[in-house]
Design a binder for this molecule. Structure first.
Ligand code: FSX
Ligand code: SF4
Ligand code: F3S
Length: 313
């Protein structure tokens, strides 16, 4: 109880009311595909966590958009919530240590939590010439990955790059960049998207903390709660050519259908993700709502398979 009180006091100190927090928990619970009866339990995971799993967050070849999306997401205080449920032992973007100190911190964290930590990985891994195309502190990405990842209790790949290779793996891919799963020959939980929606990372972790297991995954390692349906099947623009009211508003069936971005190259029909429901930036918008076709950023081979982006499939 004291723990919970202290939690709400901390939130209040940041100008976040209990109501705002519960609103977030309701949204998160729905995103996770759980019934509303789980809302209080989801809230409890944040307010009085029974455990805070240690996390080592690795960066390889990427743009850091995934971390940025997580730390600047939805509500300005979501970063605090992520830090409430996770014991982040290593994350280059936010830690004070640099250089040798940072290297030491990684080594110590891996030693201390061997077999117990969750490894969140952002970015693809260069495999050609022994991984020479990508290094941190004198070690190749491949070396760091081979050293750290097998010691983790579980691996979550955040973003298209670590999940499937992303832009680094685009042709001609001189560095032989691969996803974490391919580079190490392991199974990973994948949260693709460039960047992915942070709510899906929070949902995956809360699912684990609440139910003691990972959410159900598709054949590509993606949680079904987030990647179970295509963009097209959830797209509001789809309704335009199926809805008489819109047809009337646009003047003809053809004009209403033109509101759909398919002819501008929209990859929504073959892309699995929850963007139309989860949206980005405090639920403000998402690519298609903003007038841009979906470019298939959460699918394998995102880059090569979907370019040139603005051509009809
Ligand atoms: Fe990749 Fe994430 Fe795209 Fe960027 O780090 S998924 S390039 S948004 O940031 O890995
Ligand atoms: Fe489908 Fe894209 Fe058209 Fe939406 S805009 S209905 S996702 S093709
Ligand atoms: Fe990516 Fe398409 Fe969503 S481009 S962000 S999966 S709408």
């Amino acid at each position: 109880m004291d723990q919970e009180k202290a939690f709400f006091k901390r939130l209040e100190g940041k100008g976040v009311s209990r109501r705002d927090f519960m609103k977030y928990c309701t949204f998160l619970t729905a995103t996770m595909g759980l019934s509303s009866s789980f809302v209080p339990k989801v809230a409890e995971v944040f307010a009085a966590p029974a455990q805070r799993p240690p996390v080592i967050w690795l960066h390889f070849a990427e743009c850091t958009g995934c971390t940025e999306a997580t730390l600047r997401s939805m509500y300005p205080w979501i970063d605090e919530l992520v830090l409430e449920i996770l014991d982040i032992e290593y994350l280059e973007t936010i830690m004070a240590a640099a250089g040798h100190q940072a290297e030491e911190q990684l080594e110590q964290a891996v030693k201390k939590y061997n077999g117990k930590f969750i490894c969140v990985v952002e970015g693809a891994i260069a495999t050609k010439f022994n991984g020479a195309y990508g290094k941190i502190g004198g070690r190749t990405f491949l070396e760091v990955a081979k050293d750290v990842i097998p010691k983790a209790a579980g691996v979550i790949c955040i973003g298209a790059c670590s999940s499937f290779g992303g832009v680094q793996a685009a042709a001609p891919n001189p560095g032989g960049y691969k996803s974490v799963g391919q580079a190490l020959g392991i199974q990973t939980v994948n949260l693709p998207g460039c960047p992915p929606n942070p709510i899906n990372l929070v949902g995956t972790i809360v699912n684990y903390l609440l139910l003691g297991k990972l959410p159900a995954l598709d054949a590509l390692g993606r949680p079904l709660f987030a990647y179970g349906t295509t963009i097209h099947d959830q797209c509001p623009r789809r309704s335009h050519f199926e809805n008489d009211e819109f047809v009337e508003e646009f003047g003809s069936e053809e004009a209403a259908a033109g509101y759909c971005l398919y002819k501008m190259g929209c990859r929504g029909p073959e892309t699995y993700n929850n963007c139309p429901i989860a949206k980005f930036n405090d639920g403000t918008s998402w690519p298609i709502e903003a007038g841009h076709p979906c470019i298939g950023c959460s699918e394998p081979d995102f880059w090569d398979k979907y370019t040139p982006f603005f051509e009809e499939l």
